[in-house]
Each structure stands twice: as C-alpha cells, then as structure tokens.
Design a protein around this ligand. Structure first.
Ligand code: PLP
Length: 409
C-alpha cells in the first residue's frame, strides 16, 4: 500500500491565495458589473524590459544553429551570468563573492524551500511571524514542525514582528540553529539597517547558527544607507546564505531566474563536530536534483546588467515605488498607520477600528471592490494587519485609493 508522508497532513488546509481568489470570484459572479482592483497577490504587471527581450531573441536565434545550439548547461549556471552577478551585485558594492559561490536557479521560492533538506531533521528553526509561508511549510513537509495548535507549530521558534517592535524581530530567547530573514520584508515591507543585520550576524556567529537571507526585494532599496546584501556585514560570509531573484527586480515571475549565494567559509556540522562545507553540499544536491536554468533565460537575465538594462530596471522599480507612494500617502491622509512602501513594493497597514484582517478584506471587497491580502494569512502576528501591493497599474492604484478614501472607515 502506497502511504502518504504524514507531514503533509500537518499543513494548513487552504493556501491563502486560493482562498482569496475563491472569495473574489464569488463576489464577481454575484456582482458582474463591478470592476475589481487587485492589490493582493505579489505578482508584477509590467512586461519584460526591452534589453531582456533582445537577449531572449538573440538566444533563440543561437538555438536555431548547430554551431551555437546549447544542450545541458552547467547545473550551477553559465559562467557569463555568474561573472556578471559577482561584479554588478557584489564587487561594485565592495563585497567579494566568487563565481563559484553563486548558484543560478529557477526561483527563490524553489531554493528557499529546498535548502532545508541539507540540515538534520531535529534542528531548531526560527521563522518571522508574519512570514512568507514557504519557509514554514517546507520545514513542515520535512518533518520539523511538531503539532499545529492555535496558529503555531510546536517545534518552531517564532520571531514576532508587530507595531511595537517596528516589525524588526528581537533575537530568540532560546538557542536556534537556522534563522530565516527577509529584507525588504514580504509581507511587512520593513527594511533592515546595518545595525539590525549586524545583530543577527553576531548572534549566528556566537551560536553556530545559519541565516537564510531572502533578498528577493533588494532592488527596491533606494536609500543608500540600507544594506543591499547581508554580505555587506562583516562576518556574514561565515553565517549566511543569500537568495536573490529577478522575479520582482525585472519582472521575471513568469520567466524564472534566481540565484543563491553560498560563501566557501560556510560550514555545518555532524553530531561528532565534524564540519562540512555548505557550498559543496548544495552543489552535490543541485547536480543530483537540478539540470540548470534554460540557456535562453540566462541570456535574457544577463541583459539586465548592461547599461541600458540597468536603466530600464531602475525605471521599472521607480514605477512600482511610485505606486507605493500613492498608496502610502493615501493611507496617511486617512490616518491609517502603515509601514513599508518606501524601499519596498508592499504596504502593511494596521486595520482601522481594530477590524480583523478578514473583516477588513471583506469590507474592501464589498464596499470598494479592492482586493488586498489579509495579514493573518502570513501568521498569527499578522492578525489585525493587511497587505497592499504596489505591483498594479498606476491608474488602478489611483482608483483604488480614491475608493478607499470614500469609504467610511
Ligand atoms: C516573490 C518572492 C520570492 C521570489 O520567488 P521566485 O520563486 O524567485 O519567483 C522570494 N521570496 C519572497 C519573500 C517573495 O515574496
């Protein structure tokens, strides 16, 4: 008899975004004449930039000729792309990252979900609350969670983020082995200062812990004092893995390209205290389970590092940040307190009059036909909060804010 991995039975039933889309579809069916504005799911709306399109076209032509056709590529990604990443994302910020420390992949979702398989099942994990659900669910599937009770898994340490601590979690009170951090944060939009990251790097160094640093939104950081990479912090090379993605940077959510940076200094240990290089372990994993990202996509991705590509990416980011500013200012004018939206495409607001996240969702849907994301879907600490995304079209964002402003809140 073929039996289920029982850990899957510990996962919460409905995935947040399926529930939202179910409710939105029901509303649309009952109210066919209304126009719904979606500021919910974190997907981009702008097309790929011209430089990327050119890179993709050129690569298609190469694939048509026997002399330039490409079959299987290196599992770690082509050298031309890894060199560009090392130079433009790191050297230019005075951070040294070797090409062989970069692993090109198809998505930060995949890599942040898969990375945990390198670690023992009984390690202690710390996750932010609210959180990008992938970190939690992938560890549940792997059997690290224990039972689910009152919105919490017994074995996880939750790093609470709320208005009181300005959405910047305190260090855990009990020792942990693996820490997930994400800045600029999804869902709160909060960013971390150098001091803040230093606190975590020092904690990890003194506890032989590892930080998995999700940097999917680094392109939105415009304030030069905010670190763009955790490797700007001294000592981070010994304790952090960084995940980056072109999904939000360059509209690659449907095109798929990301990279994971694993410094050679990183080691993890077995029960006898013997050390193992993490870079080698991930390489072993990738060469077994992954056959590389498509050549076409890597060529398209390389184009974002050209001068024209960089300008086009910056224009794209500025467009979304312009939307974020409109949302943020609209909320400010209504006296609704919020964070994010400055160096991040997300605005995390405290629901007015103490409404629950889902009550506020229904109010916006029914009375303004605006869809956002209930904060409670990201964890217990998200209750009473709500996420609006700046990834929409400008005209829709303006209309959404107008409609929210006209509500009696
Ligand atoms: C969107 C997002 C990603 C990117 O995932 P991809 O698989 O690269 O599209 C990663 N982490 C967070 C927190 C995100 O919101």
């Amino acid at each position: 008899m073929i039996r289920i991995n029982n850990n899957y039975n510990r996962l919460p039933g409905n995935y947040l975004f399926s529930e939202i889309s179910k409710q939105v579809n029901e509303y649309q069916t009952k109210n066919p004449d209304t126009s719904i504005i979606r500021l919910g799911i974190g997907d981009v709306t702008k097309p790929l930039i011209p430089s990327v399109i050119k890179g993709l076209h050129d690569a298609v032509d190469e694939m048509a000729e026997a002399s330039s056709f490409k079959g299987y590529g290196p599992e770690q990604g082509y050298a031309f792309l890894r060199e560009l990443i090392a130079t433009h994302d790191y050297s230019k910020r005075d951070v040294t990252i070797g090409e062989d420390e970069i692993f090109v992949s198809t998505g930060a979702k995949e890599d942040t979900a898969n990375f945990q398989e390198l670690f023992a099942t009984d390690i202690k994990i710390a996750v932010p609350d609210p959180v990008y659900p992938v970190y939690v669910d992938s560890n549940v599937m792997a059997g690290r969670s224990g039972d689910y009770l009152n919105g919490r898994y017994a074995n996880f340490v939750y790093l609470e983020c709320n208005q009181e601590n300005d959405y910047l979690p305190d260090l855990p009170k009990e020792p942990v082995d693996l820490i997930y951090l994400c800045f600029p944060n999804n869902p709160t939009g909060q960013t971390a200062t150098r001091e803040e990251l230093k606190k975590w790097v020092e904690y990890a160094r003194s506890n032989k812990a590892l930080i998995l640093y999700d940097s999917a939104y680094e392109a939105f950081i415009q304030d030069p004092s905010i670190p763009k990479t955790i490797f700007e912090i001294d000592g981070a090379r010994e304790v952090a893995v960084e995940f980056r993605s072109l999904s939000k940077t360059a509209g690659f959510t449907g095109t798929r390209l990301s990279y994971t940076v694993i410094p050679k200094e990183l080691v993890i240990w077995d029960e006898t205290g013997k050390a193992y290089e993490l870079n080698k372990l991930w390489n072993r994993r990738q060469t077994t389970k992954f056959n590389g990202t498509a050549y076409l996509i890597q060529k398209g991705a390389a184009s974002i590092f050209s001068d024209a590509g960089k300008q086009e990416v910056q224009a794209l980011i500025e467009y979304y940040l312009g939307n974020a500013k409109i949302i943020k200012e609209g909320l400010d004018a209504l006296g609704i307190s919020s964070t994010g939206g400055l160096n991040s495409p997300y605005i995390w607001l405290k629901t007015p009059k103490g409404l629950s996240s889902w009550d506020f969702f229904h109010k916006l849907l029914n009375e303004a036909q605006v869809v956002g994301t209930p904060g409670s879907g990201f964890g217990k600490c998200g209750e009473g909060y709500f996420r609006l995304s700046a990834f929409g079209e400008r005209a829709n964002v303006e209309e959404a804010i107008k409609r929210i402003t006209n509500l009696s809140l």
